[in-house]
Ligand binder design. Structure first.
Ligand SMILES: C=C1C[C@]23C[C@@]1(O)CC[C@H]2[C@@]12CC[C@H](O)[C@@](C)(C(=O)O1)[C@H]2[C@@H]3C(=O)O
Ligand SMILES: O=C(O)CCC(=O)C(=O)O
Ligand SMILES: [Fe+2]
Length: 332
């Protein structure tokens, strides 16, 4: 990522620094080995749409290996990284997020989680390093397994059967899940911008079912609480953070809320994050789970396919409320 002089920062979103609450004690922590995990997960999804996962079973070695390889990739000369772009839909991107004018202090790699060979960007990304490719594969398969377990515990907690009602969507060979590596370089120029913060990744909800995030020990991630205040999530490089996505909000008829989140840039330290976005197959219908409504009419959302939702999401700006178009009360 090319480092910019201070006037160039004007192109990026700056926000008035507010004192965010630190949620160190408040964020729900789910221990996957706790027999009560299923109930804690449901409560966390209802109250925050977000939780931290410990005792997750993913080897720390997989996380560390992928982090090392990603740092190497983002450390390559700009012209090398650009060979792997643009991210349409997969590949390397810098500063621009999505197709509709959003920008951030970020560079990233977007990858699919199935059939990675189909992309002609694969060579510039992995051509130099089989180690990077296998670190990505190893990490994704371990995190997927953990995501399936979280979704099965969620179904148990919601008392829905079969317990794979959610996990089967991510397990499907045609699942449209994707994977993202984000690098937020330090931004020393920020120090001069008194009382302002630079946006690394603007506020948004994730469109998928769940997102599973792991980062290095640099802070930056914030979530929006029910009282509309931003809370800083203390980083923990050994744990995972799970977001409820829009599709899960619909499947639970709004009982679980997709969490609004954003990332602020740091003056001195790089942030590196890796996120698995668990999505259903493109042709899958997204609708409230029958066990969670008495009659279909009680569903707040009309039925749609993941493909329809995704198309609509990619026409929106990051901060837009994307589910609005799919609410039954919406005029369309
Ligand atoms: C502005 C956009 C970027 C995004 C596609 C979108 O039009 C709206 C949703 C954005 C988001 C957020 C979660 C994931 O990071 C992502 C890959 C996704 O599926 O939806 C991004 C999209 C992106 O960066 O292309
Ligand atoms: O990089 C992060 O910490 C979060 C990024 C994010 O929310 C996303 O990629 O959707
Ligand atoms: Fe996100």
């Amino acid at each position: 990522m090319v480092v910019l002089s201070q006037p160039a920062l004007e192109h990026f979103s700056l926000i008035k620094a507010c004192k965010p609450t630190s949620l160190s004690c408040g964020i729900p922590v789910i221990d996957l080995t706790d027999p009560e995990a299923k109930n804690h997960i449901v409560r966390a999804c209802e109250e925050y749409g977000f939780f931290k996962v410990v005792n997750h079973g993913v080897p720390l070695e997989f996380m560390a290996k992928l982090e090392t390889e990603a740092v190497k990739f983002f450390g390559l000369p700009q012209f090398e990284k650009d060979k792997a772009g643009p991210p349409d839909p997969f590949g390397y991107g810098s500063k621009r997020i999505g197709p509709n004018g959003d920008v951030g202090w970020i560079e990233y790699l977007l990858l699919n989680t199935n059939n990675r060979v189909t992309s002609n960007k694969t060579l510039p990304i992995f051509g130099h390093s089989q180690i990077f490719r296998s670190a990505v594969d190893e990490y994704i398969s371990a995190v997927k397994k953990m995501a399936f377990e979280v979704l099965e515990l969620m179904a148990d907690g919601l008392r829905i059967q079969p317990r794979n009602v959610l996990s089967r969507l991510l397990k499907d060979d045609k699942s449209d899940s994707c994977f993202r590596l984000n690098h937020y370089p330090p931004c020393p120029e920020l120090q001069a911008l008194n009382g302002r913060n630079l946006i690394g990744f603007g506020e948004h909800t994730d469109p998928q079912i769940i997102s599973v995030l792991r980062s290095n020990n640099t802070s930056g991630l914030q979530i929006l609480l029910r009282d509309e205040t931003w809370a800083t999530v203390p980083p923990d490089h050994t744990s995972f953070f799970v977001n409820v996505g829009d599709a899960l909000q619909v499947m639970t008829n709004g009982r679980f809320k997709s969490v609004k989140h954003r990332v602020l840039a740091d003056t001195k330290k790089s942030r590196l994050s890796m996120i698995y976005f668990g999505a259903p197959p493109l042709n899958e219908k997204i609708a409230t789970l029958p066990k969670l409504v008495e009659k279909e009419e009680e569903s707040l959302y009309r039925e749609f396919t993941w493909c329809e939702y995704k198309k609509s999401a990619y026409k929106s700006r990051l901060a837009d409320y994307r589910l609005g178009l799919f609410e039954k009360t919406a005029a369309h």
